[in-house]
Ligand binder design. Structure first.
Ligand code: F0G
Length: 363
């Protein structure tokens, strides 16, 4: 069965049933687990594995949700699909809509997404609407527009998206022969993955595939941390806030999956932590230098592991899997700014090219 080649559809017992002839797949998933001695040393976590979701067809984990939700859109006869995005969702929507033969409209905060991600959406042929405002206002607009204009919404509030993203955890635990790690550490923005991961863990336990629940650790950027603030006050209240961080993928102040993400933390005895932009950038430089590489938002998980080991939440002997959510090539501008920008000389692991005349003497 060709669907068995997809790291999403292979686990279709955990997915909503859809007509096989409507399924749009590249295929997705089958992403690798890596270890790197330098990262184990830097984080203080000897048993650290990295699951690289940047190895998906459009370079981020979004494809796992998109194959399910786009297939559903096609099965129900949607005429136009839409999303708001900090970049990766729009790249994935644009690609999957193109494969499905559906028109797509993507709403992007103008000037606030990486050029590489914008380039993907342009190239795959989505109609691009740049919104004067931040991601949260684009999200609000697309929700209103989808109600009033009948657009099929492909953001992670769509349960078919979240169903597909459960397979990150299912595939990960399968790779570990159903022996759960102590911790799964992931970046949190709109909180779709956090929501999906809790559901996956509870369902795997109910199915008898795992005997205990790994704990979730959600890492936010300090400047975009509404979920962290809610966690710190015992989830007594939640208030959206303006968001600012170098990790543009998670520059989100009003996450749509807040309620389900909260439940995931409670059900897995999870924690929420924050890291600074400098910590994110250093973690990214170290993941990159290890030869693995990732985009800035992904590195928040590795920076988070280090912080949680230092504060004694993660014990050095524990087994930890950190999620890398996007590919290094998603954000070359941040690479250049880090290595060549005005603050480069004060930063660890920088690497500045030199220019020479084409002679051995000059070399
Ligand atoms: N990492 C990357 C690379 C992302 O693109 C996103 C979200 C996240 C982490 C956060 O995941 O929303 O499930 O908590 N990107 C969305 C987008 C918002 O529009 O591409 P989350």
């Amino acid at each position: 069965d060709p669907l068995d080649r997809s790291g999403v559809w292979r686990y279709r017992e955990f997915l909503p049933p859809l007509p096989p002839d409507q399924i749009v797949t590249r295929p997705e998933g089958n992403t690798n687990l890596y270890s790197a001695a330098a990262l184990s040393t830097w984080t203080g976590c000897p048993h650290l594995l990295l699951k690289h979701e940047g190895e998906n067809p459009t370079g981020s984990f979004k494809d796992r949700g998109m194959t399910v939700a786009t297939s559903h859109a096609r099965a129900v006869g949607a005429r136009v699909v839409a999303c708001a995005s900090t970049g990766n969702t729009s790249a994935s929507v644009a690609a999957y809509a193109a494969m499905a033969g559906l028109p797509a409209v993507v709403f992007l905060p103008e000037g606030k997404i990486s050029a590489a991600k914008l380039g993907q959406a342009i190239a795959y042929g989505a109609r691009i609407v740049q919104v004067r405002g931040d991601f949260d206002s684009a999200m609000r607009l697309v929700q209103e527009a989808s109600q009033e204009l009948g657009l099929y919404l492909l953001n992670s509030i769509n349960p078919f998206r979240l169903a597909g993203q459960k397979t990150i955890v299912i595939e990960l635990l399968h790779q570990l022969c159903w022996e759960p790690p102590d911790w799964i550490v992931l970046p949190g923005g709109n909180l779709g993955n956090t929501a999906a991961f809790g559901t996956a863990i509870v369902e795997l336990e109910a199915a008898g595939l795992i005997r205990r629940r790994p704990r979730l650790a959600v890492i936010q950027a300090e400047g975009a941390s509404p979920f962290y603030r809610a966690y710190r006050n015992g989830f007594a209240s939640f208030s959206p806030e303006p968001a600012e961080t170098v990790a543009s993928a998670i520059r989100i102040g009003n996450p749509v999956s807040y309620d389900r993400a909260r439940r995931s933390i409670l059900e897995t005895d999870g924690v929420v932590e924050i890291v600074t932009d400098d910590e994110i950038l250093e973690a990214k430089a170290r993941v990159d230098r290890s030869g693995i590489g990732c985009e800035p938002a992904s590195a928040a998980s590795v920076a988070g592991v280090r912080k949680l080991v230092r504060s004694g939440v993660i014990m050095p002997g524990q087994r930890v899997v950190a999620l890398l959510t996007g590919h290094l090539l998603k954000d070359p501008d941040t690479v250049m700014a880090y290595h060549l920008g005005p603050e480069a000389e004060h930063r660890p692991m920088t690497n500045r090219p030199v220019t020479i005349e084409p002679t051995v003497a000059a070399l």
